[in-house]
Design a protein around this ligand. Structure first.
Ligand code: ZN
Length: 673
């Protein structure tokens, strides 16, 4: 194994926690949740279970249960006659999400919810502890902002409870909410055009509110050190470090050149700043302040002087509390009472709550430690956090600072961020114009293993990639010459489905190797394993490929890992075809060819296990070798006769289960037959 060799870069931790974000509790899962995140996280969870032992791996996630979109979603359902409670509404969505994840073979140790049993009490307790701890350590600050208030309903309005038009010039969004539009522009509530309360249809007024904020700017130096460290960490993708660096810029304001004169007239009133003239094609100059507070003061002065400007990214205080009724209660501190936690921050520590929940409810001996600190606060552990690129600021800036502030010894996560998975070459979102297909619906056209293999081959770590399933492709393929009728791609039998490219490998290459071995052993060896050893060069090649695969996994390159396994399998098939043909009339030679092929099959099946677990486990079962022996990397470099011996059986007497004719371990979907 590589960690015994000179390659010091590849060494695996004793324990691993894997998290895959939290799907929001107002909807079922669309394909992006599964294809853009969960399948990849699952691949690595399965790889690590095989590699370091399943008692040392925890893979947790859960439904994000709180916040205004859920309240609004529930209100909409209720108006349409729904009679359940808001908990029922979230629970129903959660159940659908859990079923979908199960149908895709996502092997979560726990999929609970921040507001659902059994995690709810753990999460409420931890949330309280986090806020109290931050307060004690002096990292909470009280900030006052304006919030919409419905004078008819006598309550403050949050997020989606207010709808208006986006103030950003030229924005084409259909809806804007209290502080953001559905295209993602963010603004202050004061700026929202024609706000309307969704509760009463009245125009809400703005009232000042006080909330607790986390002093994120206090951690600028820690974050700089962390991102420098990440630069030289081969497990961290450049997408992460680049995005984090952007948020660590000093507080800057951009002003268009034609305001120069107005600016010059008032610049003496501003807090101290550095001036940067426009460079190259830039049409704006910029000014940089020592702190975000001074920049805020400058904003007010510029606004009063009617100078238009734009602010650059920088670290700002991070809001922790709000007054939304559907939220985790925040502890009462000073004069701020009865607040709830804003749902973004509590989702940062939810994976810890889920770990606590899992360890408290698991069967005795299932995990190597039942103390959550051993999983989150130990040098022996790693936390791998999978995320889409939109969440990098949140998980890679706010979270590391929060962990520092808590001083509980929490280790910094290893973030694994992916680019967007597009749909038909466009960015799709359930609130946008292009609706992504629901993950569950795709299973009407493909098997889960086909989709898993396809998504893992997309290399989302490199760039945004399109998912373009043929049954959903309504573009015009061509015009029929005879009838003049337009034929859509989805109905054109001449167009191959790009999603099935990798399935061809499963059925035509991998399955062929497996079948050759099984049918060969049935025909020539009466269902026994070959009694001759595989040739040394075959064994050497198997071990080299295993090592390469392991290295690719260490670097979180699932696409490369898959390619390594595929190429090797093709190579093994070629070898078998050649050797079995040559040895047609030579039983000894034929048995040698079979021995070589079985050794290759053993390796491919081990490597492909995290990709297509069902098919690989079926192969191990037909070989009559227990899966816990077959897939443990302790035996990664051992062949089938050695594996058989771990079961206490004699390899010469061991029998395999013969396959029926034309058997496929990776059966196609019924719609493809
Ligand atoms: Zn907008």
């Amino acid at each position: 194994m590589a960690n015994n060799s000179n390659d010091t870069q590849v060494s695996f931790p004793k324990r691993v926690v894997i998290t895959g974000g939290m799907p929001y509790g107002n909807k079922h899962l669309h394909f992006g949740h599964v294809g853009g995140m969960f399948v990849e996280a699952d691949f690595f969870a399965r790889f690590y279970r095989d590699r370091i032992g399943e008692e040392n791996v925890i893979f947790v996630s859960g439904t994000d249960c709180y916040g205004s979109p859920i309240m609004e979603g529930y209100r909409g359902r209720k108006e349409a006659g729904y009679t359940g409670s808001i908990e029922d509404y979230v629970e129903e969505n959660h159940r659908s999400q859990a079923q979908t994840l199960k149908d895709y073979g996502i092997s979560l140790d726990l999929f609970s919810g921040s507001g659902l049993e059994p995690a709810k009490p753990f999460h409420a307790k931890l949330s309280r502890e986090v806020i109290e701890r931050l307060y004690q350590r002096g990292y909470l600050m009280k900030c006052s902002t304006k919030q919409f208030y419905d004078t008819k309903a006598h309550q403050f309005l949050n997020g989606r409870q207010v709808v208006g038009r986006c103030p950003v010039k030229g924005c084409k969004s259909e809806k804007a909410y209290a502080d953001e539009c559905d295209l993602g522009h963010q603004f202050d509530p004061e700026e929202l055009i024609t706000p309307v309360s969704q509760l009463t249809g009245t125009t809400p007024e703005l009232r000042p509110v006080e909330n607790w904020y986390f002093n994120l700017p206090a951690f600028a130096d820690d974050l700089k050190k962390l991102v420098d460290k990440w630069d030289s960490d081969p497990q961290i993708r450049p997408l992460v470090t680049k995005t984090v660096r952007e948020s660590l810029e000093p507080p800057r304001i951009y002003i268009q050149e034609h305001y120069q004169e107005t600016f010059d007239a008032i610049k003496d009133k501003l807090p101290p700043f550095k001036y940067f003239a426009p460079e190259g094609n830039q049409k704006s100059f910029s000014i940089v302040f020592n702190s975000w507070q001074e920049r805020d003061d400058a904003r007010t002065i510029l606004e009063d002087a009617d100078v238009r400007f734009r602010t650059g990214k920088t670290l700002l205080p991070f809001r922790l509390t709000g007054n939304i009724s559907w939220g985790v209660p925040a502890p009462d501190l000073e004069d701020l009472k009865g607040l709830t936690l804003w749902c973004w921050p509590e989702s940062l520590w939810a994976p810890i709550s889920f770990t606590q929940t899992l360890l408290a409810t698991a069967a005795t001996g299932r995990y190597s430690s039942t103390d959550w600190h051993d999983w989150w606060c130990s040098k022996d552990t790693k936390v791998f956090q999978f995320m889409g690129q939109d969440n990098i600021n949140f998980y890679c800036v706010t979270q590391p600072a929060l962990w520092e502030a808590l001083d509980w010894g929490l280790i910094q996560d290893t973030p694994i961020a992916d680019y967007h998975i597009l749909f038909m070459n466009k960015k799709a979102s359930s609130s946008g114009k292009i609706k992504p297909p629901m993950a569950e619906d795709l299973l009407n056209h493909y098997t889960a293993e086909q989709l898993r293999t396809h998504w893992l081959s997309l290399a989302l770590d490199q760039k945004a990639v399109s998912f373009s399933p043929k049954p959903y492709d309504t573009s015009v393929s061509h015009t029929d010459k005879k009838t003049g009728e337009q034929i859509l791609t989805k109905d054109d039998p001449r167009v191959a489905d790009p999603v099935l490219k990798e399935s061809a490998f499963l059925t035509n290459i991998f399955n062929r190797l497996a079948r050759s071995c099984f049918y060969g052993a049935t025909r020539a060896l009466d269902n026994h394993l070959p009694s001759v050893d595989p040739e040394p060069e075959v064994v050497k090649r198997c071990n080299k490929v295993t090592e390469d695969f392991e290295k690719a996994c260490y670097h979180f390159n699932s696409t490369k890992a898959l390619t390594i396994a595929e190429d090797f399998c093709r190579e093994a098939n070629k070898r078998w075809t050649k050797e079995s043909k040559t040895a047609k009339e030579d039983p000894k030679g034929y048995e040698q060819a079979l021995s070589n092929a079985f050794r290759a099959l053993r390796t491919v099946t081990l490597l492909m296990h995290p990709v297509v677990p069902k098919g690989c486990e079926a192969i191990a079962e037909h070989l009559n070798i227990p899966t816990e022996v077959f897939f443990s990397w302790r035996h990664a470099e051992e062949g089938l006769p050695e594996l058989v011996q771990y079961t206490g059986e004699n390899a010469e007497q061991h029998e395999i289960t013969p396959l029926p004719p034309r058997f496929d371990f990776f059966e196609r979907h019924e719609s493809q037959r």
